[in-house]
Design a protein around this ligand. Structure first.
Ligand code: AMP
Length: 255
Protein backbone atom coordinates (compact mmCIF):
# COMPACT_ATOMS: atom_id res chain seq x y z
CA UNK A 1 0.00 0.00 0.00
CA UNK A 2 1.33 3.45 -0.88
CA UNK A 3 1.68 5.93 1.97
CA UNK A 4 0.02 9.27 1.60
CA UNK A 5 2.62 11.87 0.73
CA UNK A 6 2.97 14.68 3.22
CA UNK A 7 5.36 16.95 1.38
CA UNK A 8 7.31 19.69 3.11
CA UNK A 9 8.86 22.31 0.84
CA UNK A 10 11.23 24.78 2.51
CA UNK A 11 11.42 28.00 0.50
CA UNK A 12 13.85 30.85 1.05
CA UNK A 13 13.36 34.52 0.24
CA UNK A 14 16.54 35.66 -1.49
CA UNK A 15 17.82 38.65 -3.47
CA UNK A 16 16.33 38.29 -6.96
CA UNK A 17 18.62 36.44 -9.37
CA UNK A 18 18.66 39.40 -11.77
CA UNK A 19 19.94 41.89 -9.17
CA UNK A 20 23.67 42.53 -8.91
CA UNK A 21 24.34 42.33 -5.16
CA UNK A 22 26.37 45.14 -3.58
CA UNK A 23 28.65 44.66 -0.60
CA UNK A 24 27.63 46.71 2.45
CA UNK A 25 30.02 49.47 3.42
CA UNK A 26 30.97 47.69 6.67
CA UNK A 27 31.85 44.60 4.55
CA UNK A 28 29.86 42.23 6.77
CA UNK A 29 27.48 41.15 4.03
CA UNK A 30 25.54 42.37 1.02
CA UNK A 31 23.01 45.17 0.94
CA UNK A 32 19.50 43.77 1.30
CA UNK A 33 17.41 46.83 2.06
CA UNK A 34 15.54 48.31 -0.88
CA UNK A 35 16.64 45.40 -3.07
CA UNK A 36 14.18 43.21 -5.00
CA UNK A 37 13.75 39.78 -3.40
CA UNK A 38 12.12 36.63 -4.80
CA UNK A 39 11.54 32.98 -4.10
CA UNK A 40 14.87 31.14 -4.43
CA UNK A 41 14.82 29.70 -8.00
CA UNK A 42 15.73 26.17 -6.83
CA UNK A 43 12.79 26.30 -4.42
CA UNK A 44 10.45 27.10 -7.33
CA UNK A 45 11.57 23.77 -8.79
CA UNK A 46 10.72 22.04 -5.50
CA UNK A 47 7.21 23.48 -5.36
CA UNK A 48 6.67 22.63 -9.03
CA UNK A 49 7.80 19.04 -8.47
CA UNK A 50 5.48 18.61 -5.49
CA UNK A 51 2.56 19.94 -7.55
CA UNK A 52 3.45 17.66 -10.48
CA UNK A 53 3.48 14.63 -8.15
CA UNK A 54 -0.10 15.50 -7.28
CA UNK A 55 -0.98 16.07 -10.95
CA UNK A 56 0.51 12.66 -11.79
CA UNK A 57 -2.06 11.20 -9.35
CA UNK A 58 0.43 10.34 -6.66
CA UNK A 59 -1.30 10.14 -3.27
CA UNK A 60 -0.33 13.65 -2.18
CA UNK A 61 -2.15 14.49 1.03
CA UNK A 62 -0.57 17.87 1.55
CA UNK A 63 2.05 20.27 0.21
CA UNK A 64 3.27 22.50 3.03
CA UNK A 65 5.62 25.41 2.26
CA UNK A 66 7.82 26.79 5.05
CA UNK A 67 10.02 29.85 5.16
CA UNK A 68 12.22 31.21 7.95
CA UNK A 69 13.02 34.89 7.69
CA UNK A 70 11.63 38.42 8.04
CA UNK A 71 7.97 39.47 7.66
CA UNK A 72 8.28 39.77 3.86
CA UNK A 73 8.69 35.97 3.64
CA UNK A 74 4.89 35.99 3.72
CA UNK A 75 5.02 37.21 0.07
CA UNK A 76 7.37 34.36 -0.83
CA UNK A 77 4.97 31.88 0.75
CA UNK A 78 1.99 33.41 -1.08
CA UNK A 79 3.88 32.82 -4.34
CA UNK A 80 4.52 29.20 -3.33
CA UNK A 81 0.81 28.79 -2.57
CA UNK A 82 -0.16 30.44 -5.87
CA UNK A 83 2.02 27.82 -7.59
CA UNK A 84 0.13 25.06 -5.77
CA UNK A 85 1.26 24.61 -2.15
CA UNK A 86 -1.78 23.98 0.08
CA UNK A 87 -0.76 25.99 3.13
CA UNK A 88 2.31 27.50 4.68
CA UNK A 89 4.20 28.33 7.84
CA UNK A 90 6.26 31.47 8.28
CA UNK A 91 8.83 31.28 11.07
CA UNK A 92 9.75 34.81 12.02
CA UNK A 93 13.50 35.49 12.03
CA UNK A 94 14.91 39.03 12.20
CA UNK A 95 16.31 40.31 8.87
CA UNK A 96 19.64 41.25 10.48
CA UNK A 97 20.12 37.81 12.08
CA UNK A 98 19.53 35.26 9.31
CA UNK A 99 19.81 31.60 10.28
CA UNK A 100 22.82 29.50 9.34
CA UNK A 101 22.10 26.32 7.33
CA UNK A 102 22.53 24.11 10.44
CA UNK A 103 19.95 26.18 12.33
CA UNK A 104 17.55 26.02 9.37
CA UNK A 105 18.05 22.24 9.29
CA UNK A 106 17.28 21.94 13.02
CA UNK A 107 14.17 24.05 12.61
CA UNK A 108 13.02 22.01 9.59
CA UNK A 109 13.55 18.79 11.55
CA UNK A 110 11.24 20.09 14.29
CA UNK A 111 8.64 21.16 11.72
CA UNK A 112 8.84 17.88 9.77
CA UNK A 113 8.33 15.88 12.97
CA UNK A 114 5.40 18.01 14.08
CA UNK A 115 3.75 17.93 10.65
CA UNK A 116 4.54 14.24 10.06
CA UNK A 117 6.14 14.98 6.71
CA UNK A 118 7.50 11.99 4.80
CA UNK A 119 8.97 13.77 1.79
CA UNK A 120 11.01 16.97 2.03
CA UNK A 121 11.99 18.71 -1.19
CA UNK A 122 14.57 21.48 -0.82
CA UNK A 123 16.58 23.47 -3.34
CA UNK A 124 20.11 22.21 -3.89
CA UNK A 125 21.26 25.68 -2.83
CA UNK A 126 20.01 29.10 -1.92
CA UNK A 127 21.41 31.57 -4.45
CA UNK A 128 22.27 34.13 -1.78
CA UNK A 129 24.63 32.22 0.51
CA UNK A 130 25.35 29.39 -2.00
CA UNK A 131 25.79 27.15 1.03
CA UNK A 132 24.23 24.01 -0.43
CA UNK A 133 24.14 22.47 3.06
CA UNK A 134 20.63 22.54 4.47
CA UNK A 135 19.18 19.44 2.79
CA UNK A 136 22.22 17.32 3.62
CA UNK A 137 22.28 18.43 7.25
CA UNK A 138 18.54 17.85 7.58
CA UNK A 139 18.93 14.30 6.23
CA UNK A 140 21.66 13.73 8.82
CA UNK A 141 19.59 15.11 11.68
CA UNK A 142 16.50 13.10 10.71
CA UNK A 143 18.55 10.03 9.77
CA UNK A 144 16.65 9.80 6.46
CA UNK A 145 18.11 8.86 3.07
CA UNK A 146 18.86 11.76 0.77
CA UNK A 147 18.87 12.13 -2.99
CA UNK A 148 20.59 15.39 -3.85
CA UNK A 149 20.49 17.36 -7.11
CA UNK A 150 17.58 15.46 -8.59
CA UNK A 151 16.82 15.77 -12.30
CA UNK A 152 13.91 13.26 -12.20
CA UNK A 153 11.72 11.88 -9.42
CA UNK A 154 9.42 8.86 -9.53
CA UNK A 155 7.46 7.42 -6.64
CA UNK A 156 5.82 3.99 -6.65
CA UNK A 157 4.70 1.91 -3.67
CA UNK A 158 6.74 4.00 -1.20
CA UNK A 159 9.87 3.52 -3.33
CA UNK A 160 11.37 6.75 -4.55
CA UNK A 161 13.56 6.63 -7.64
CA UNK A 162 15.69 9.68 -8.27
CA UNK A 163 17.83 10.43 -11.30
CA UNK A 164 20.85 12.68 -10.78
CA UNK A 165 23.18 14.21 -13.31
CA UNK A 166 26.71 13.44 -12.19
CA UNK A 167 30.06 14.20 -13.84
CA UNK A 168 30.33 10.99 -15.82
CA UNK A 169 26.68 10.61 -16.82
CA UNK A 170 23.36 9.91 -15.14
CA UNK A 171 22.98 8.12 -11.82
CA UNK A 172 19.71 6.53 -10.71
CA UNK A 173 19.19 5.79 -7.04
CA UNK A 174 16.31 4.33 -5.07
CA UNK A 175 15.26 4.62 -1.44
CA UNK A 176 12.13 4.23 0.64
CA UNK A 177 10.04 7.01 2.10
CA UNK A 178 10.67 9.07 4.19
CA UNK A 179 13.33 10.81 2.11
CA UNK A 180 15.01 14.17 1.49
CA UNK A 181 15.33 15.33 -2.10
CA UNK A 182 17.19 18.40 -3.31
CA UNK A 183 16.34 19.85 -6.71
CA UNK A 184 18.58 20.66 -9.67
CA UNK A 185 17.87 22.91 -12.62
CA UNK A 186 16.81 20.28 -15.15
CA UNK A 187 14.15 18.73 -12.90
CA UNK A 188 11.28 20.71 -14.39
CA UNK A 189 10.18 24.12 -15.61
CA UNK A 190 8.31 25.91 -12.85
CA UNK A 191 4.95 27.36 -13.83
CA UNK A 192 4.06 31.01 -13.46
CA UNK A 193 1.47 31.72 -10.83
CA UNK A 194 -1.68 32.69 -12.75
CA UNK A 195 -3.79 35.62 -11.58
CA UNK A 196 -6.72 33.40 -10.46
CA UNK A 197 -4.27 31.25 -8.50
CA UNK A 198 -2.67 34.34 -6.93
CA UNK A 199 -6.17 35.37 -5.81
CA UNK A 200 -6.92 31.87 -4.48
CA UNK A 201 -3.60 31.80 -2.62
CA UNK A 202 -4.69 34.82 -0.58
CA UNK A 203 -7.28 32.58 1.07
CA UNK A 204 -4.91 29.71 1.85
CA UNK A 205 -3.70 29.26 5.42
CA UNK A 206 -0.45 30.99 6.42
CA UNK A 207 0.53 30.34 10.04
CA UNK A 208 2.95 32.67 11.73
CA UNK A 209 5.33 31.02 14.20
CA UNK A 210 8.35 32.05 16.21
CA UNK A 211 11.61 30.18 16.72
CA UNK A 212 10.57 29.69 20.34
CA UNK A 213 7.51 27.71 19.17
CA UNK A 214 9.89 25.01 17.92
CA UNK A 215 12.43 25.33 20.73
CA UNK A 216 15.51 24.83 18.57
CA UNK A 217 19.02 26.07 19.32
CA UNK A 218 19.86 28.56 16.57
CA UNK A 219 23.00 29.96 18.15
CA UNK A 220 25.37 30.99 15.34
CA UNK A 221 28.48 28.87 14.95
CA UNK A 222 30.02 30.81 12.08
CA UNK A 223 31.48 34.30 12.04
CA UNK A 224 31.75 36.21 8.77
CA UNK A 225 35.20 37.82 8.76
CA UNK A 226 34.61 39.95 5.68
CA UNK A 227 32.73 40.10 2.40
CA UNK A 228 34.47 41.58 -0.64
CA UNK A 229 33.50 42.48 -4.20
CA UNK A 230 35.16 40.22 -6.79
CA UNK A 231 38.33 41.80 -8.28
CA UNK A 232 37.55 44.27 -11.04
CA UNK A 233 38.04 42.62 -14.43
CA UNK A 234 40.98 44.00 -16.41
CA UNK A 235 39.88 45.16 -19.86
CA UNK A 236 41.20 43.07 -22.79
CA UNK A 237 43.17 44.41 -25.78
CA UNK A 238 41.87 44.55 -29.37
CA UNK A 239 43.59 43.20 -32.47
CA UNK A 240 42.84 44.05 -36.10
CA UNK A 241 43.03 40.60 -37.70
CA UNK A 242 44.28 37.02 -37.34
CA UNK A 243 47.91 38.06 -37.94
CA UNK A 244 47.53 40.66 -35.23
CA UNK A 245 46.14 37.99 -32.89
CA UNK A 246 49.03 35.61 -33.61
CA UNK A 247 51.53 38.45 -33.14
CA UNK A 248 49.95 39.37 -29.83
CA UNK A 249 49.93 35.77 -28.58
CA UNK A 250 53.62 35.43 -29.53
CA UNK A 251 54.40 38.70 -27.77
CA UNK A 252 52.72 37.35 -24.63
CA UNK A 253 54.65 34.07 -24.95
CA UNK A 254 51.37 32.14 -25.23
CA UNK A 255 52.43 30.36 -28.45
P1 AMP B 1 21.43 26.48 1.48
O1 AMP B 1 21.90 25.28 2.24
O2 AMP B 1 21.42 27.75 2.33
O3 AMP B 1 22.14 26.69 0.17
O4 AMP B 1 19.87 26.25 1.14
C1 AMP B 1 19.41 25.05 0.53
C2 AMP B 1 17.90 24.96 0.62
O5 AMP B 1 17.49 24.95 2.00
C3 AMP B 1 17.11 26.11 0.00
O6 AMP B 1 16.96 25.91 -1.40
C4 AMP B 1 15.78 25.99 0.75
O7 AMP B 1 15.02 24.90 0.24
C5 AMP B 1 16.25 25.60 2.15
N1 AMP B 1 16.42 26.81 3.01
C6 AMP B 1 17.58 27.42 3.32
N2 AMP B 1 17.36 28.49 4.14
C7 AMP B 1 16.01 28.55 4.33
C8 AMP B 1 15.15 29.42 5.07
N3 AMP B 1 15.60 30.46 5.77
N4 AMP B 1 13.81 29.17 5.04
C9 AMP B 1 13.32 28.11 4.32
N5 AMP B 1 14.09 27.26 3.62
C10 AMP B 1 15.41 27.47 3.62
Amino acid sequence: MSSKLRILVPVKRVIDYAVKPRVRSDRTGVETSGVKHSLNPFDELSIEEAVRLRERKQPVEEILAVSAGPAKCADTLRTAMAMGADRSIHVDVPEDKPLEPLSVAKLLKAIAEKEQSNLIILGKQAIDDDAGQTGQMLAGLLNWPQATQASKVDIKDNQVTVTREVDGGIETIRAKLPIIITTDLRLNEPRYASLPNIMKAKKKKLDKKSLADYGVDVKPRLKTIKVEEPPVRQGGGKVEDVDGLIGKLKELGAI
